[in-house]
Write a protein that binds this ligand. Structure first.
Ligand code: CO
Length: 134
């Protein structure tokens, strides 16, 4: 079902400092910060040859990652995103097997303009998983 690792998302307390670590210390190609108000985050995209790292920082009130940062003040890995060919088929398979889809349970348009769902970490080895339609 899952294909390519699309990105690893890391929540950081300071986006400029996080971007500097990836750009200056690790020598990666790093984007400018991009506000995604619909998702309550500001993101810096780190382009690697085989995948992306997304540095996330809360944006606005009620950001979905505000509690994560409160619980992990130094930052930390927030989720892994895997591509799937058909998100509706993937959701149907998981639901039929009794797995939970977080939120409404239906795919939503994610940070890259493509349909995504998030799977509950309790059912996936303690890791929040995002599935994105390729
Ligand atoms: Co993501």
């Amino acid at each position: 079902m899952i294909g390519v690792l699309n990105h690893v998302a890391i929540v950081v307390p300071d986006l400029a400092a996080g971007a500097a670590v990836y750009r200056d210390t690790l020598g990666a190609r790093v984007s400018e910060a991009v506000d995604l108000p619909d998702h309550g985050v500001t993101t810096v995209f780190v382009e690697l040859p085989n995948t992306k790292i997304e540095l996330l920082h809360p944006l606005g009130e009620g950001s979905p990652i505000a509690n994560f940062l409160k619980n992990n003040p130094a930052g930390g890995i927030h989720h892994l995103c895997y591509e799937v060919a058909d998100i509706n088929a993937s959701v149907a398979k998981l639901k039929a097997e009794g797995f939970r889809i977080t939120g409404s349970g239906e795919p939503k348009i994610g940070a890259h303009g493509k349909p995504v769902v998030f799977l509950h970490p309790k059912e996936f080895l303690g890791t929040l998983i995002e599935l994105e339609q390729a």
